[in-house]
Design a protein around this ligand. Structure first.
Ligand code: C2E
Ligand code: MG
Ligand code: MG
Length: 460
């Protein structure tokens, strides 16, 4: 009892510590490496809050069993408390063994779990440190695995990271960036750029996606891939996202009707009065609701699903267009498509990049078919070449977005692009360009006849 966790039956913190000390002593003796893994469940709190503690307990037991099932008999997995687990792997031949175990662990834990007759999915983030003899004491190893875990969480969760010495420096830098972010909002260092989304059959611009940029006074341009996860972590995405909504709606007012503006919203915003931020942005700017599109990813639906779906329904009832972004990454659960009538599905650019591969093309075709059946328009993201354009059109995508047409542009250039497209002088340009297009051929001229005529877009 003193050494085991009563809920899961796994070793507890005290026994884990003992096993880790043994592994350190063993490595000193045998000169063979071992690894310490710290694991933290993703979304456990949301599930516990929405389905109740008894369901949360069942989930922890199932996760514990699954973790044990992928380990070897001489490994130890312990529950340290809450949704925190730790593992020590001994007799490790090489670092890839720890990575492949982490991959199997993530896959096993990520399988749906039935709770109260409902399938829920929980993820796990894993931090790994691989140690050799005399590589530090238990506290030091634990600290390293924890730093790697922090990186895994910041890297999008449901993934693993291996500690390396510069992880510590990176964490310190990210901490500083988080502090800088507060001032950056106040100092107006954020701005929006706009990337056109083009009708695949006519070449007309149908909407523009607002994408955030941060010009850091010392570090220069920082990509949203770096600062958005950080802002989600420290909660600043809430004021930042509200600012982006207002700014994008204000900008869209200067565009010709009925052009829409797409704004990305993160899962964290849903937990904190997103609806109000949207209503305020529309009321303050006077943009009609039907000219706003919200882009959400599956992670939004993975948290408290029912509340989020009710919120999306209310926003959609106002006329706001709702798009499912980055489809094909994440879980791509088809259940989400049944649970909410998205207006659009944006197929992630990883599929478009590989579209010459028949398997990737088959997936795109399948998503298009599902979308058509469900009345959802399909947007292909990241179209960079004329060949990709040809292929995504052939598979039935109705709208396209990508560097072939335009990179994200500053507001004035985006407006110039739109106006040029309306007089029919914009063309897709295989050379990525940062400047707005001058007078060129119409985009549809680049499409093959099959592309330009076979499909008519359902949702503009
Ligand atoms: P996203 O919403 O999927 O946006 C599309 C990303 O793909 C943009 O990257 C865009 O510049 C890039 N892209 C578009 N066409 C091409 C192409 O042909 N080739 C390649 N290689 N890339 C292309 P960006 O601007 O770096 O944004 C990355 C992600 O950051 C966005 O992905 C979105 O998830 C997030 N993000 C950006 N702005 C915001 C924001 O205001 N709020 C939130 N919550 N997230 C944002
Ligand atoms: Mg997007
Ligand atoms: Mg996307």
């Amino acid at each position: 009892m003193a050494l085991h966790d009563t809920l899961t039956g796994l070793p507890n913190r005290a026994l884990f510590r003992d096993r880790l000390d043994q592994a350190i002593a063993h490595a000193a003796h045998t000169h063979s490496p071992f690894a310490v893994l710290t694991c933290d469940l993703d979304r456990f709190k949301a599930i516990n809050d929405s389905l109740g503690h008894p369901a949360g307990d069942v989930l922890l037991r199932v996760v514990a069993e699954r973790m044990q099932s992928v380990l070897r008999p001489y490994d130890t997995v312990a529950r340290l408390g809450g949704d925190e687990f730790a593992i020590v792997l001994t007799y490790l031949d090489e670092q890839p063994a720890a990575s492949s175990l982490a991959e199997r662990l993530i896959a096993a834990v990520g399988e749906p779990i039935i709770l109260d007759g409902q399938a829920v999915e929980v993820g796990v983030s894993v931090g790994i440190t691989v140690a050799l003899e005399n590589d530090g004491d238990a506290d030091e190893l634990f600290k390293r695995a924890d730093m790697a875990l922090y990186e895994a969480k910041a890297g999008g969760r449901n993934t693993y990271r291996i500690f390396c010495p510069d992880v510590g420096a990176r964490i310190a830098m990210r901490g500083q960036l988080g502090l800088d972010m507060k001032d950056a909002i106040r100092r107006g260092e954020f701005r929006l750029v706009y990337q056109p989304v083009v009708d695949a059959t006519t070449g007309n611009v149908v909407s523009l996606e607002a994408l955030m940029r941060w010009s850091h006074p010392a570090r220069g341009e920082i990509s949203p891939g770096e600062f958005i996860p950080l802002a989600e972590e420290n909660g600043l995405i809430v004021p930042l996202g509200a600012w982006a909504l207002r700014e994008a709606c204000r900008e869209a007012l200067s565009w010709p009707e009925p052009l829409r503006v797409g704004v990305n919203v993160s899962a964290v915003q849903f937990r904190s009065e997103l609806e109000e931020a949207v209503l305020v942005a529309l009321a303050e700017t006077g943009l009609p609701a039907h000219r706003l599109k919200l882009e959400v990813t599956e992670s939004v639906l993975m948290q408290d699903g029912d509340a989020v779906i009710a919120c999306l329904h209310r926003l959609r009832a106002l006329g706001i267009v709702i798009a499912l972004d980055d489809f094909g990454t994440g879980y791509s659960s088809l259940g989400y498509l049944r649970r909410f009538p998205f207006d659009k599905i944006k197929i992630d650019r990883s599929f478009i990049r590989d579209i010459t591969d028949p398997d990737a093309a088959a997936i795109v075709r399948a998503v298009v078919n599902i979308g058509e059946r469900l009345g959802m328009g399909i947007v292909a993201e990241g179209v960079e070449t004329a060949e990709q354009l040809e292929l995504v059109c052939r598979e039935g995508c109705t709208q396209v977005q990508g560097f072939l047409f335009s990179r994200p542009l500053p507001p004035q250039d985006a407006l110039a692009y739109v106006l040029a497209s309306q007089v029919g002088s914009v063309s897709a340009s295989p050379a990525p360009s940062n400047s707005p297009p001058k007078r060129r051929r119409k985009a549809s001229a680049l499409l093959s006849p099959a592309c330009a005529t076979s499909r008519t877009p359902k949702v503009a």
